[in-house]
Design a protein around this ligand. Structure first.
Ligand code: GLN
Length: 273
């Protein structure tokens, strides 16, 4: 079969996906080890039976709804190629806002201590470590399987200065100048949990009590004891949680909410009083 036929047949089978063409092309690129522009330049090329079978196998997973990142085992975040698995959340582009806001508070030669709570695949901690090589970056998670993936990512990316600590939020940790987290923030009954890629992600990385704020509350309650004077806490949250998070941060100074690229309230920052 020719490349263009392989793709159009796959698109027909991916009707449930929002991005059938992209999905088919990305999976085929993975099998052929080529870029997407190759698929267009060589659309008449016939693929081998072996390649076709490998592609069908990946496609079957996608037809069942498995996220592309879990099928391929990796996801790009902050231009870092990160390994991911069903034990970690798939890093989202909007989480890059958290990284930007942390970096904006650190000089390029800063030696600050930064804690990333609930690091998952290590996305936030590794992006910060890449950009601020003299900082002391500590990545934590209570999931040992997630921490193992984060450590592997640090190794693969040559960012082995990052330290990894198993901790339930701040319970096993010391002092930091910056605490950053993309914690779970979805409400238990949110119907969005049963749709799309989210269904395959670890519930423990997504769900936080009836209002989605349970973990954010815990982190805000613990943070003052773990922040240096003038240290700051940066939290990602749901588009409709900014007012609640600002209210929880009332003991902090200079509390501010920032919007992601889609214009949704996404991160709120507070400075220790
Ligand atoms: N932003 C993610 C979503 O809406 C949730 C991530 C999280 O809970 N930290 O799917």
């Amino acid at each position: 079969m020719r490349l263009n036929q392989v793709i159009s047949t796959a698109i027909n089978k991916l009707s449930h996906s929002d991005t059938p063409r992209l999905d088919a092309e990305v999976l085929l690129c993975n099998v052929l080890d080529v870029t997407r522009s190759y698929l267009y330049a060589w659309s008449d090329k016939v693929i081998t039976a072996n390649q076709y079978n490998q592609f069908q196998e990946l496609l079957e997973h996608r037809i069942k709804g498995v996220p592309i990142a879990y099928i391929l085992g990796n996801k790009e975040f902050w231009s870092l190629d990160l390994q991911v698995s069903e034990n970690t959340l798939i890093p989202r582009p909007e989480t890059e806002l958290l990284v930007e806001l942390v970096l904006a508070r650190l000089d390029s030669d800063s030696q600050a201590t930064i804690i990333d709570l609930g690091t998952g695949s290590g996305a936030i901690a590794l992006a910060i470590a890449k950009e601020r090589v003299n900082c002391n970056v500590i990545a934590t998670d209570k999931s040992t399987t997630a921490l193992a993936i984060a450590k592997q990512n640090a190794k693969n990316l040559g960012l082995e200065t990052v330290k990894f600590i198993e901790s339930d939020w701040l319970s096993n940790l010391g002092l930091a100048d910056v605490i950053v987290s993309n914690p779970p923030y979805i409400a238990t009954a949110d119907p969005h949990l049963n749709q799309g890629d989210v269904q395959y992600e670890p519930r423990s990385a997504l769900v936080a009590g009836n209002d989605g704020l349970a973990d954010i509350r815990t982190i805000i309650a613990q943070a003052p004891k773990h922040l240096t004077d003038g240290g700051c806490l940066l939290l990602e949250h749901g588009y409709d949680q900014a007012a609640a998070v600002r209210d929880l941060l009332k003991q902090f100074q200079s509390v501010e909410t920032y919007q992601d690229l889609a214009g949704w309230d996404r991160v709120t920052v507070g400075v220790k009083n």
